[in-house]
Design a protein around this ligand. Sequence first.
Ligand code: CA
Length: 706
Amino acid sequence: MFYACQRVFVLFVVLIVAICHGDRLSAQPASGESATHPVTDERIAGADSEPANWLSYGRTYSEQRFSPLDQINVENIDRLKLAWYVDLDSKRGVEATPIVVDGVMYTTAAWSIVYAIDAASGKLLWKYDPKADRKQGFYACCDVVNRGAAVWGDKVYVGVIDGRLIALDAKTGKLVWETVTVDQSKPYTITGAPRVVKGKVIIGNGGAEFGVRGYISAYDAESGKMVWRFYTVPGNPADGFESPEMQKAAATWHGEWWKGGGGGTVWDSMAFDPELDLLYIGTGNGSPWNQRLRSPGGGDNLFLSSIVALRPDTGEYVWHYQTTPGETWDFTSTQHIMLADLNWRGKTRKVLMQAPKNGFFYVIDRETGKLLGADAYVKTTWASHVDLESGRPVETPNARYDIDRQVVQPGPFGGHNWHPMAFSPKTGLVYVPTQELAFLYEDEKQFKRSDSNFNLGINFHAGALPANDADAAKVIKAFSGSLTAWDPVAQAPRWRVHLDDVWNGGALATAGNLVLQGTNRGQLNAYRADTGEKLWSSDVQTGVHAPPISYAVAGRQFIAVSAGSGTALGLAAGQLASHSLAPNRSRMLVFALDGKATLPPAPTVARAAPAHLPAVTADEAALELGKQHFLTHCARCHGENSVSGNVIPDLRYAAALTAPEQWQGIVHDGALVANGMMAFAKWLDPKQTEMVRQYVLSRAKALSRP
Ligand code: CA
C-alpha cells in the first residue's frame, strides 16, 4: 500500500502525505513539542512510509540519503530561501547529520554537544553538553567533530569524543545513562553517529593515527549494558583470541603488530539489512600506516580496510571483503556503505556500494560478500585495476614506499572521504563527493613511537607545501574536487561537476530531481540530479562539510544542513585549508520555499601580526631545531610552515609571540587547556618551547606587510 502511495507522491506531495499518513500529520505537533511516537525498528525500516521524517543517520537503514519529498524541485528551486538558523556553540568543525522525528530536530556540534530544536521554527528546545575533557581534543586526528545522534524509543544516543556513549531523554535532554566504551588511557575518540538496530545501540571509535586496536560494540538501548563487541584486528596471540575469526585473521599478520594497536577502527560507516539480518561495518587503516613497520613481511592484515557483515544480535562474523589488502596508505574502508537493489546484468541483485579512499567504486553482493564490480572513480596510481576473479587489487610497481619514496594517488585524504554519498532510485545514480590529490609517502626509517604525535611510520611532512604562500598556491592549483554522479551498473560517471577545492560536503538526493552539496568556501549548491546542471546556490558564510537532509513539518518541506569549517582539512592540512576554507561560523541552516530569514552580515576577519615583533635571536641551528619541534608537536593542528587552516589559531598572528613568558605559560604549562590546547611540558622543556617561539617568530616576520 505504501508503495502505491510513494509513486503518486511524486506529483502530489502534500495531498498524498495527508492521505497516506493523515493520522501522523494531524497528530503531529505544529511546533515545540517532543516526539509523541517512539522511534522503533519498524519505523526506521519503513522510513519510506513517513518521508516527512529523517529517522536515522542515512534516513533509511540502507543509508541511501534520498528524500522522497518533492515540494522543492527543479521547477521552483529559485524560491528556496533561508527559513531559520541556529548558532551552535562551536568554533570547530561541524559534521552532523540531524535526525528529525515528528517536528523535532536532534543534532550535534563540536565537542559532542547535543541540541533539540523545533524543526519548523528553529526554537531551541534543549541543549546537552556532555562536558568532554578538552584535553581529549589532542587525540582527535581530524578535529573534535561529531557526525550526529541516533534516536530510538524515547531516547537520543550520542557518542562523545572522550569515548562515552550517552543516552538522553528525547523530551527533556536529561541524561538517562552513560557508559564508557573505550580504555580512556588510550588515544581513542568517538566522532561517528551511533545506529540503533534491534534495540541495540551500535558504536565504534577512532584513533588509528595514534595507535589503537579497532572494534565495534553494541549496547542495550534501555540499560546501556554492553551486549557484544567485535574486534577488527587480532590482539596479542598470547592473550588468546576472542573468536575463531581473530585466530584466522592473525595468520595474515607478522611480527608484533599488537604493540602498535594494529588499527582497523570503525569510526564511521554502518548499514543494516533487516531482511538478511546483516549489519555491515567499514573498517579503517592500519596502525601505524606503514605496513613494513606494522607487519614486517607483509600479509593481508585482516580486517583492515574491509567491509564486514555481522549478525546484529550477537556481533557474529558472517563475511568480509577487504578493499585494500596489506594497507599502507591510510586507505580506510570506513567510507559510506550504501545498500540498494540494482538491476545488475538483467537480474535484481541486493548490493552494497562503497567508494572508499583507495579510488575504486565497489559493488558487492551483500548476501554473500562476492565482488560484482570495481572501477576507478578518480585517478588511481597505486593499483591498475581490481581483478574480479580474485577480488583483489592489482598493485602497480610504484605503489609501496618501503624502498623508495612514492607519490601515490589518491593519498590519505582519499578519492572520497567520510562525506556521505547519496543515491537516487529515480536516476539510478550515486552522487559522490570526489577529489583529486596525490601524496608523497616516505618511509620513516628511524620510527620511534610517540605519545604526542601521530604514529604513522612515514615522514608525514615530506611532501609539505612550500613555505612561501605564492608557491604553495601554485601547488594547490593541481588539486581539485568534484561531485561525481556515478552509474553503479555501467561503472562509469554519468556527469561530473568540477569544484576548485578538495574536501567538499556530503550529498543529498531528492525526488524533486535535485542533488544538494555544500563547499569549503561557504556555498550550498543544488544541481539537477539527472544532468548535473547547476540550478541554485546560497552563500552560507562558512565551510559546509556535512550532508544536507530534507524533512517536512505540517506539509512544508525543509532542507537542513549543519555548517561550520574545520575537520581534518582545517587541522591536519592547515596550510592547504588556508587557501580554501572559509572561517568557522557553526550553524544549523534550514531552507524552505519562500523562507524569510537572513544571516547577519559576515564579520570581516582582519588578521594582523602583532605590531612590533621582537627580533629573532636564535641562530640558524636553533631555528632548525625549533622547526623540528614544531613539526613533531604542533604542525598536526597549527599547520605545516606554521600556516593554519582558519580553524585553529595561526600562531604567526599570536599576541604571545611578543611575550616569551606568556608563550611559556600557554605552550609549556597549559594556560589554554580549556580551549583544547594541551600543556607540552611532558615533551618540551622551557628551552625547546622557546625555540618553537623563535621558529614561529621567524615565520611571522616572513609575512608580507603593508
Ligand atoms: Ca586514518
